[in-house]
Design a protein around this ligand. Structure first.
Ligand SMILES: *[C@@H]1O[C@H](CO)[C@@H](O)[C@H](O)[C@H]1NC(C)=O
Length: 339
């Protein structure tokens, strides 16, 4: 296999990039029995000049492969560890000593829990975050690492129009506590956003163009703010919800977003996935990196995901990858075509 540089994004390379590296992240899910090795995986990230990687667990072999690469890393403890991390400070110190301190890796975000806020362990998240933050300091890690958590849009009771964004009442208390930790540590809240699901569940009210960055005219006008795409609207619903908690200064970053290529035609398709992901990459690399409600805050974003994962439940969930497990691109993206 060899990679050929295409001209696809060359015209946009003067903004949104550092050197040749894109200001964008890609998630590396590992639920597959046929995935490339950690070394092959990290080489592919470097070949396509992705600057950031999100791991779902601190797999030692992946962390080894990341050493010295300079890729910015988001990683978190397993959901099953969150209660113990909250209950026992020493456990958090050990976690940092085991998974963070030994590696020459540019850790930038620690995600305490992925979409767990509404579950049993949700209430342990704020204390687990505090413990990890304190453990990083105690362990002498000099690099600033943002400790945060990741919400899904299910955390919102209302998201339309974006200014009406508000969290569900039953999680308001824990989210207020989390927002206060984020605020005092200057860390972002992270959210997973899937315009695909909004579109596929209600195609008669949600247009494909609005879902996939295909509209250059406003589709939703919300007071002074105009929205041409769901991505911006969804991020701003979270911004509005944070304002209602009294924490409008906390930034909203996107920990996952993507579009599946198979499993639910015609909503899933290579064409729709390409339109969404290329549209988003263009947004993130051409100066419009913020949202109408927060024009000064570029939205740090991780695309979901590097490889199709054959062990996930159902064809849709298995088909978000940019690459097949043999590292063949599913469609043109990231400046590469595979011949
Ligand atoms: C650690 O990684 C950086 C790149 O991120 C590299 O410049 C440096 O030499 C590495 N340090 C060691 C001790 O290997």
């Amino acid at each position: 296999m060899f990679l050929v540089i295409t001209l696809l994004f060359l015209s946009t390379r003067s903004t949104g990039v550092v050197g040749d590296t894109l200001f964008a992240g890609v998630c590396d899910g590992r639920n597959g029995d046929n995935l490339p090795s950690p070394t092959q995986t990290i080489s592919l990230y470097q070949k396509i000049n992705i600057g950031w990687i999100r791991l779902y667990e601190p797999f030692p072999d992946l962390l080894n492969s990341l050493q010295g690469t300079g890729l910015l890393v988001a990683v978190g403890p397993k959901n099953e560890e969150i209660k113990t991390l909250a209950d026992q400070y020493e456990y958090a110190v050990n976690w940092v000593k085991t998974f963070i301190a030994p590696y020459n890796v540019s850790f930038n975000w620690i995600t305490v829990g992925n979409e767990v806020i509404q579950s049993e362990i949700g209430r342990y998240v704020p204390q687990a975050m505090r413990h990890i933050k304190a453990a990083l300091t105690q362990t002498g890690i000099s690099r600033t690492i943002h400790v945060t958590t990741v919400l899904s849009t299910a955390a919102l009771a209302n998201s339309y129009p974006p200014s009406a964004g508000v969290f569900k009442p039953q999680i308001t208390e824990v989210l207020t506590e989390i927002a206060s930790v984020l605020s005092s540590t200057d860390s972002p809240l992270m959210v997973n956003i899937y315009p695909y699901f909004a579109y596929a569940s209600d195609p008669s009210h949600v247009s494909l163009a609005y879902a996939t960055f295909g509209s250059d005219k406003p589709v939703v006008i919300d007071g002074n703010y105009q929205y041409t795409n769901i991505f911006d609207a969804a991020v701003d619903s979270f911004n509005a919800a944070l304002e209602k908690l009294g924490h409008g200064g906390v930034k909203v970053y996107v920990a996952e977003t993507g579009w599946p290529t198979r499993g639910n035609p015609p909503y899933t398709s290579v064409e729709n996935a390409r339109a969404y992901n290329q549209g988003l990459l263009k947004k993130l690399t051409t100066g419009a990196r913020a949202t109408p409600r927060r024009p000064q805050v570029p939205v740090v974003t991780f695309f979901f995901e590097m490889f199709n994962e054959d062990l996930k439940q159902g064809e849709v969930e298995q088909s978000f990858g940019f690459f097949t497990p043999n590292m063949v691109p599913v469609y043109d993206m990231w400046n590469v075509k595979c011949l």
